[in-house]
Design a protein around this ligand. Structure first.
Ligand SMILES: Nc1ncnc2c1ncn2[C@@H]1O[C@H](COP(=O)(O)OP(=O)(O)O)[C@@H](O)[C@H]1O
Ligand SMILES: [Mg+2]
Length: 346
């Protein structure tokens, strides 16, 4: 496995600070003059955002959220709380049914995104890695997949080639460049999906359940990659229900409750230490145990990749083992469950 990258592809700085809308390199979207909000470092501002997939099928409600440039933010919540929907709203892939979204100082709504120039500008700045790589990959080869974004950016040919090669190298995908994405392994597909987004060199990277289904080494690799990208100036938003991977990935967490409303927004350490909060939103649950004659319970995080287990089980209690003297460790009962498939919930 290749080592971590050392920044964005060459010729594609994360933020070069230039401010001319007529810049010769149009992919380097820059701050429109006079845009005070973006100058202040506010990239996203959601106000009273709600989303219904159909009348009565609520996925988000009353979301007020501000994301600043360079932040690393997790969107946490139990299964079905609305994390993926919130990422789609932030990425301009879903229009809220209530409230407003501003991104880079502009209102982002259907009207704005129907304007070709606005939509293009927005999509260059915000890259989304879906939970399921299969949903993202559609080109005949890995190289084509990575080239797809840059080819649609009106870049000079040499720049496209350089970006593709740099990105392939950065993600250690050189040897797979001619392979068909659909028959790669899950972890390889995830890398290709990431590469296809990074070759566009977006300022903001959104990742939906990025560590789900990755083996430990690939998970470690991904965390190093995200650290490097953050160091190169990227803003990173990660949706996850896995608490054990967060400390290295983010600094701040927004928690969605099962009512699809924000339940907390604060420093990661504060959120993770708030046991009552985590219980109330079903990110941890209490297990009751027999230790000899003693029955006690303690909070318990859902282990990675067990999303189905978490579904529709608000604050349930169950017992490990059958009776007295059993005294198992907290994960023993769950460790007998079959592992969920990669990306099983989407
Ligand atoms: N395409 C869809 N059609 C209808 N309902 C959906 C769709 N996608 C998600 N939902 C519903 O919206 C809610 C939030 O879903 P989602 O954003 O996927 O949550 P999470 O990512 O936190 O698991 C859930 O109740 C889910 O069933
Ligand atoms: Mg989701």
């Amino acid at each position: 496995m290749a080592g971590p990258p050392v920044g964005p592809p060459s010729g594609a700085p994360a933020d070069d600070g230039r401010a001319s809308p007529n810049d010769a390199a149009p992919e380097r979207e820059t701050t429109p003059p006079g845009d005070t909000r973006e100058r202040a470092g506010i990239l996203f501002r959601l106000t009273g955002v709600g989303y219904e997939y159909a009348p009565g099928v609520e996925a988000l409600a009353a979301v007020d959220l501000q994301i600043d440039r360079g932040e690393r933010l997790a969107i946490l919540g139990a299964n079905g709380s609305g994390k993926s929907t919130l990422l789609k709203v932030l990425a301009g892939l879903a229009q809220p049914t209530q409230g407003t979204v501003e991104a880079f100082g502009e209102r982002i709504d259907d009207g704005a995104l129907k304007d070709e120039a606005t939509a293009q500008r927005f999509r260059r700045r915000v890259g989304m890695v879906f939970q399921s790589a299969d949903a993202q990959l559609f080109n005949p080869s890995v190289r084509d997949e990575v080239a797809f974004g840059p080819l649609h950016l009106d870049l000079p040919r040499a720049e496209i080639v350089a970006r593709v090669e740099d990105t392939l190298a950065m993600l250690g995908l050189g040897a797979l460049a001619e392979r068909a994405p659909y028959n790669l392994s899950g972890g390889e597909k995830k890398k290709v999906a990431l590469a296809s987004v990074l070759s566009i060199n977006p300022e903001v990277l959104m990742l939906d359940e990025p560590t789900n289904g990755l083996d430990p080494r690939t998970q470690e690799w991904l965390m190093e990659l995200l650290e490097q990208l953050h160091g190169a100036g990227k803003t990173i938003v990660v949706a996850t229900h896995q608490l054990d991977v967060l400390e290295r990935m983010v600094d701040r967490a927004v928690v969605l409750g099962e009512d699809h409303r924000p339940a907390a927004d604060g420093a990661l350490a504060d959120v993770l230490s708030d046991r009552d909060l985590l219980l109330s939103v079903n990110l941890i649950h209490e297990h009751a145990h027999h230790h000899g004659a003693l029955l006690h319970s303690h909070p318990h995080a859902h282990p990675p990749g067990r999303e189905r287990h978490a579904e529709n089980q608000p604050e349930h209690r169950h017992r490990h083992g059958q009776g007295r003297g059993d005294g198992p460790g907290p994960d023993r009962a769950e460790s007998r469950e079959p592992a969920a498939r990669d990306g099983a919930t989407q």
